[in-house]
Design a protein around this ligand. Structure first.
Ligand SMILES: [Zn+2]
Length: 186
C-alpha cells in the first residue's frame, strides 16, 4: 500500500475504473469468464505442495508467484498492509501449519512501502474523523530491516505454531525485483 488514507482519491476515469462497460469489478468478472473457459480442474488437494506460507505486503507491485518461482498449489500467500505479523496473520499461519501442513515461513517487506510514510497519527486522525477509535494498530515502521526482524521474532515466538525453525525474512526491491535477506541476529 502507498496511499495516505486521509487524503481523498481523485475520481477515476472510466478507463482506469474498468472501461465504459462498467466498473472495475465488472471487468474482473468478465476476465474470469475467459479464465474459466480454458480452466481444467488441477485435481489438487488444498495442502500447499511446497509446504510454505509466504507473508507479504499487499503492495500492487509485488507479483509473489512470479517473483518466487511459485506455481498454482505451491504455497499459501497471506498478505496485508506492510506484511506485518498481526494476530490475524498468526491465525492464518496457525491454520496453514496445523490444518494444511506447511512448515516454512517466508516474510516479505519491500522498498518504498506506504507504511514507511505513515505514523500512529493516521489512527488518531481516523478516530477524530469518524468518532471511533480503531481496535487495530497502524503498525507503521521507519526501519524496514528492523521491522522484518520484529516480524520474524513474532512468528518464531508464537506459541500456536508447530514449525518455527525455518522462518526467513526479506526486503523486496520494487525497482530491481530482487530479494535481500535480513539477518535476524543483527
Ligand atoms: Zn507495502
Amino acid at each position: 500500500m502507498s496511499i495516505p488514507a486521509s487524503q481523498p482519491l481523485p475520481p477515476s476515469s472510466d478507463s482506469a475504473a474498468g472501461g465504459a462497460a462498467g466498473t472495475v469489478t465488472d471487468s474482473l468478472v468478465e476476465a474470469n469468464r475467459h479464465y474459466a473457459a480454458s480452466f481444467t480442474d488441477p485435481g489438487m488437494d488444498a495442502r500447499p505442495v511446497r509446504k510454505v506460507a509466504v507473508v507479504s505486503c499487499m503492495d500492487a507491485r509485488i507479483d509473489l508467484h512470479a517473483a518466487l518461482g511459485l506455481k498454482l498449489g505451491d504455497c499459501h500467500t497471506i498478505r496485508n498492509a506492510g506484511g506485518v505479523v498481526t494476530d490475524d496473520i498468526i491465525r492464518s499461519l496457525t491454520i496453514s501449519q496445523r490444518a494444511l501442513g506447511t512448515r516454512s515461513v517466508v516474510l516479505i517487506h519491500h522498498t518504498n512501502c506506504g507504511l514507511l510514510s505513515l505514523t500512529e497519527d493516521f489512527r488518531h486522525d481516523l478516530a477524530a474523523e469518524v468518532g471511533q477509535r480503531p481496535t487495530w494498530a497502524v503498525e507503521a515502521f521507519k526501519d524496514l530491516d528492523e521491522d522484518v526482524r520484529q516480524s520474524m521474532q513474532r512468528v518464531r515466538t508464537s506459541p500456536f505454531l508447530l514449525h518455527t525453525d525455518d522462518v526467513r525474512g526479506f526486503v523486496f526491491d520494487v525497482t530491481t525485483g530482487l530479494l535481500r535477506e535480513i539477518d535476524p541476529q543483527h
